[in-house]
Design a protein around this ligand. Sequence first.
Ligand code: ADP
Ligand code: MG
Length: 258
Amino acid sequence: MTTTERPLMVEARGIRKRFGFHEVLKGIDLQVRTGEVLCLIGPSGSGKSTFLRCINHLERADGGELRVDGELVGYREKGGKLYELREKDIAARRRTIGMVFQRFNLFPHLTALENVMEAPVRVLRTPRAQAATEARELLTRVGLAGKYDAYPATLSGGQQQRVAIARALAMRPRLMLFDEPTSALDPELVGEVLDVMRQLAADGMTMVVVTHEMGFAREVGDTLVFMDDGVVVEAGDPREVLGNPQHERTRSFLSKVL
Ligand code: ADP
Ligand code: MG
């Protein structure tokens, strides 16, 4: 299958979101195909996290149409007509989406292995022995084979973030969202997390990654989207956008981060 034939995993058309008088998303259009990596860049406050949260049903858009994995995410139509999913359906859909945040938010009283097992056991009712086997495999995959029994406080930030990635993968997501996953890390720990994400992309995971790591975006991203002030200013092949930005706002932003 060529890339353009792959089904759309995320399809956003004219997504709008306001908080009070502040319109944070002013009509976002973008697409992510299955197996693709979309990197999202832009200044602080441009609406990147809000958009990710809409994909993951943590915020509801005020307008536009958002489909994830072919299914409509709840939204409010122009005329005020409300299309809403039931809580139960939202929970079911959210389970198919993994999310990794800047702060790792591991359970401090659980070991790395227990952190990864927690959701499969509690939510999916996976038998403990099976969940433990799968959790060991996942921790091995993120390079933490020796750390099954370590508590988060004894792990470096990079190791904790890799546990967080394994924990998200334990739910067998169809889509992974990363919101600045390396921004809280010491510089020397960034690489190990990006390596895990790079491997995940190579394994075919569909990913939306908010990041300031332009090297990662260039090498791993299929598409790079530059957002500013609630709009998509520019989108395209990362090498094109980074090498030959078409808009002054993109040039100005890149000159600050590159
Ligand atoms: P980014 O991730 O690009 O830095 P955000 O999506 O976090 O941007 O935020 C975009 C804007 O929306 C910011 O001005 C932020 O203060 C505002 N915002 C985000 N969440 C809320 C909220 N729950 N209530 C009010 N304002 C919010
Ligand atoms: Mg953000």
